[in-house]
Design a protein around this ligand. Structure first.
Ligand code: G3P
Length: 225
């Protein structure tokens, strides 16, 4: 059962210098302020070192950016599902374009998260890989064409068919899985288009993290929800 409401707006902080140290908490607080004033379900994915602090300080669902299929114990440097659960995370992104996983590990990590009631957001790049990911029964699939990530053109404008085809492909396999989209999403209009294409929300990063005024961007993002 997902801990995230839809339509979902997930802000991935990635590893930008703009969110190093205390700056991650500041951005998470801006996300909280906009979530509270708009009523929109905003979630945040801070860098791992800030996961525990932000989970305890900010009343928003907090996701890890990645989790490994490892058990607690002899797993130096790996990120276990148990570890992020204890840190207060609501779940995790998995298989992000910048942190791909091999299929067996992805399947094991999704299953381990499920057993700990952690929400899973599996990233994919096409309708075909979305269909494959759907067979693992995550809570969400986030389709993001890698070539558009970090760019100025939204997937909803540049490749709208990727979103609608991924939604259709996932629905055929498991109608309980919600599909998000991302890559280049920056405005409320992009989010509205994502919903029109059948997505249950968006996953984005640079548009908010690198903005001169993140709160203004967040307010615009949730404008039509
Ligand atoms: O995880 C979100 C992502 O990969 C999209 O990044 O910067 O294009 O919003 P961005």
């Amino acid at each position: 059962m997902s801990k995230l409401k839809t339509p979902a707006v997930i802000i991935n902080f990635k590893a930008y210098t703009e969110v190093e140290g205390g700056r991650a908490l500041k951005l998470a607080e801006s996300c909280l302020e906009v979530a509270e004033e708009s009523g929109v379900a905003i979630s945040v994915c801070p860098p791992l070192p800030e996961l525990s602090l932000i989970s305890s300080a900010v009343a928003l669902p907090v996701l890890a950016q990645h989790v490994d299929a490892k058990k607690p114990g002899s797993a130096t440097g790996w990120v276990t599902p148990s570890m992020i659960s204890a840190a207060g995370a609501a779940g995790s992104l998995l298989n992000h374009s910048e942190h791909r996983m091999i299929l067996a590990d992805l399947a094991a990590a999704v299953a381990a998260c499920r057993s700990l009631e952690l929400t899973t957001v599996v990233c994919t790049d096409t309708a075909i890989t979305s269909a494959a990911a759907a067979s693992l029964a995550p809570d969400f699939i986030a389709v993001e064409p890698p070539e558009l990530i970090g760019g100025d053109v939204s997937v909803t404008e540049a490749r709208p068919e990727v979103v609608s085809e991924a939604v259709a492909a996932v629905q055929k396999i498991d109608a309980d899985i919600q599909v998000l989209c991302g890559a280049g999403v920056k405005t409320g209009k992009d989010v509205a288009k994502a919903i029109e294409l059948g997505a249950a929300g968006v996953l984005l990063a640079s548009g908010v993290v690198k903005a001169a005024d993140p709160k203004a961007v967040l307010r615009d993002l949730v404008r039509y929800l």
